[in-house]
Design a protein around this ligand. Structure first.
Ligand code: PGA
Length: 268
């Protein structure tokens, strides 16, 4: 498959870090400075809600650009109303976000988020012109029997009623739960296998053209040592990165590894 005309997409999921907004600004600025010349990688920074504002304020020196965008880590499924403690997709759009991570496994585990909830959030995000980054992935590593059934159910239920015309604005993040934050990663072949199965499922649900164009990211213990091989050999369009995105040097090394890979033509 030829993705040459597509940019790679690298999403930084800062999770519940850093606690201090000065630190967030320093991190953001370092990433921005070191990646300013990179054109073929689109970078999306997803800080905690409390630190979303700084990237819009010229005074902080953290302004967004064509290749550096802002995303949130979650949203509610209503635009406004009596929903104590929630943040709406409309609010995120007004803050300058273009993306929102939905259905991350930590939210599924600690906040009981279901596929049905993820489905409502996808619809609400799309309505507000936010691009959902929908996380899916098997819980456990099983060497003999790749659990595609679980992933299939996550996709079928999360995408119920989502129209074909919307798929171009949705990104899938394949994140095996066992690989998140563990230092363990699947083989390039196993990621490729998952990517093929996901594209096959989208062909059945929508059509082949849509399935081929679908952006699929890999997430789970990505670092500067494994990123280049994954991007060259696993059929993915980028990464969703947790821990390594909190270290500006390491995050930039990942981006540069990919960008160099692209320049040498390994992405065809
Ligand atoms: P990790 O997290 O890179 O720290 O494994 C990935 C994620 O949770 O999205």
């Amino acid at each position: 498959m030829n993705f040459q005309e597509q940019k790679y997409l690298i999403v930084a999921n800062w999770k519940m870090n850093p606690a201090d907004s000065a630190e967030a600004k320093t991190l953001f600025k370092a990433i921005k400075k070191e990646t300013a010349k990179i054109k073929n990688v689109e970078i999306v920074i997803c800080p905690p809600f409390t630190q979303l504002l700084f990237a819009r304020l010229p005074a902080t020196g953290c302004r967004l650009s064509a290749n550096l965008k802002l995303g949130a880590q979650n949203c509610f499924w209503k635009d406004d109303g009596a929903y104590t403690g929630e943040i709406s997709p409309k609010m995120l759009k007004n803050l300058g976000c273009n993306f929102v991570i939905l259905g991350h496994s930590e939210r599924r585990e600690f906040l009981s988020e279901t596929n049905q909830i993820v489905n409502k959030k996808i619809q609400a995000a799309l309505k507000n012109r936010l691009k959902p980054i929908v996380c899916i992935g098997e819980k456990e590593w099983n060497v003999n029997d790749f659990d595609f059934e679980g992933i299939k159910t996550q996709i079928l239920e999360s995408f119920e009623g989502i129209k074909k015309t919307n798929i171009q604005n949705i990104i899938i993040a394949y994140e095996p739960v066992w690989a998140i934050g563990s230092g363990q990663v699947p083989s390039e072949n196993d990621i490729m296998k998952a990517v093929i199965l996901i594209r096959r499922l989208f062909t059945e649900m929508y059509d082949q053209k849509i399935a081929q164009k679908l952006k699929i990211l890999y997430g789970g213990s990505v670092n500067s040592r494994n990123a280049g091989n994954f991007i060259s050999n696993a059929g993915i369009n980028g990464f969703l990165i947790g821990k390594a995105s909190l270290n500006a040097g390491e995050f930039v090394r990942i981006i540069k590894a990919i960008s160099e890979d692209k320049q040498t033509g390994n992405n065809e």
